[in-house]
Design a protein around this ligand. Structure first.
Ligand SMILES: [Zn+2]
Length: 404
């Protein structure tokens, strides 16, 4: 008797600990181009045919879900239409057939029916990032491309699946989102993607238009350090006054480091809290500040710090940080992709091809975000934080641990 109660208690405790996250669905209006609409229609038709043939196969041969998934692989070799649809979308059709039978066998629904034309109205990307992804104005769909979407409300939680639905003459994205149970340590996983351009006029500029100005200490302490360095070089080696100046210089450096760290902590906190998918430029590949001024050396170390802290903080929250090659991001139009050359003094990006006009750093940040989304979409890995060592700044990586 006593043992039994204990066992029950354990069970209950176990259940509480594994409280399943709740799912929720958001519905957003899509604005496909004529060509994209045709692709939607073709995908639906291909999925409908697949659904019917899988249903017939179930009736004739009684295969299970996994056997049917195997069959799908073979079918693709002989069907060019199947090859034009994202493989996970096709797999979801097989799953739909399986679910229809499961509902029938458990007495919830009647026997699954064949779908006539016009009775099959949606297709599903079952995995976020791999099959589809979101940015501010677009949903990027595997094998279809970037489709304009109106995200009329903020998505809270972790996106799971995306279903494209036809409603007469309109198209919608049904986004299912996993909401973390409130008792979890990190109860709110932010969603939202952002690209970050690192520049000299603003420390960073975000793809949503936010610019974070250079902190004042950059110039102030920079010139103070220069003065102290000059002072030391004038003093006689081994003299007491030289030693004093040396200590003053070390203190000035310490001040810079502390202010830099404060600043980097504040900005990385904001980024990690607001965004779950963050894309930086990979400085190993592209631009570094090449003039050897003190201010730019401090700027470099500030960027390094900012990036390291952002990776660490975003990861802790279940977010993801990517690094992309920044080559061409300042010249490309983030609206249409055409090349728009500009000189260093020009502050605004104006595209002669599509008319898109925006601050040049914001344009670069948007390109960086797009490159990151593309990179993520091309991957076969699930949504995980990518760890990447930044060798330029790795001398101080032990500090990251000390900062905890
Ligand atoms: Zn353009």
């Amino acid at each position: 008797m006593h043992v039994k109660i204990l066992a029950n208690e354990f069970k209950i405790e176990n259940f509480v600990m594994r409280a399943t996250p709740s799912m929720r669905t958001y519905k957003f209006r899509l604005y496909p181009t004529k060509l994209q609409e045709e692709a939607f229609e073709e995908t639906i038709e291909t999925c409908r045919r697949l659904y019917n043939s899988m249903l017939a196969d179930r009736i004739d041969n009684e295969p299970g879900y996994y056997a049917q998934k195997q069959k799908l692989v073979a079918m693709k070799n002989n069907d060019k239409y199947l090859r034009r649809v994202h493989s996970q979308v096709l797999q979801d059709v097989v799953l739909r057939v399986d679910k229809a039978f499961a509902r029938f066998f458990s007495g919830i629904s009647r026997f699954p029916k064949f779908k006539r034309r016009g009775r099959y109205k949606s297709f599903t990307y079952p995995q976020f990032v791999i099959g589809f992804n979101l940015d501010v104005n677009n949903v990027k769909l595997g094998l279809i491309g970037r489709v304009k979407v109106k995200l009329h409300r903020q998505v809270r939680g972790k996106p799971k699946t995306g279903t494209i639905i036809k409603e007469i003459d309109q198209w919608f994205l049904a986004l299912s989102v996993e909401q973390s149970p409130p008792d979890q340590r990190v109860s709110h996983i932010p969603i939202g993607s952002i690209g970050i351009d690192m520049g000299l006029s603003s420390v960073i500029t975000l793809s949503d238009g936010t610019a974070i100005a250079n902190p004042k200490f950059l110039k102030q302490t920079g010139s103070q350090i220069k003065l102290l360095q000059k002072e030391i070089s004038r003093k006689q080696k081994g003299s007491k006054s030289r030693e004093k100046a040396r200590i003053r210089l070390a203190k000035a450096w310490r001040k810079v480091r502390r202010r830099r760290d404060d600043f980097a902590h504040k900005v990385s906190d904001d980024l990690a809290k607001q965004f779950s998918f963050i894309v930086f430029e990979d400085l190993n590949v592209g631009k570094m500040v090449h003039n050897h001024s003190l201010a730019s050396a401090i700027m470099d170390s500030l960027w390094g710090k900012l990036r390291r802290l952002t990776v660490y903080k975003a990861e802790r929250r279940g977010g993801r940080v990517l690094f992309v090659n920044p080559r061409g991001t300042s010249q490309k139009c983030s609206g249409c992709g055409s090349k728009v050359t500009k000189n260093l003094k020009e502050r605004t990006h104006i595209c002669p091809s599509c008319g898109f006009q925006v601050d040049k750093d914001v344009n670069a940040a948007r390109n960086i975000l797009n490159a990151g989304l593309e990179q993520a979409l091309a991957e076969t890995k699930p949504l995980l934080v990518q760890r990447r060592r930044i060798s330029k700044f790795s001398q101080r990586s032990d500090k990251l641990l000390a900062l905890r």
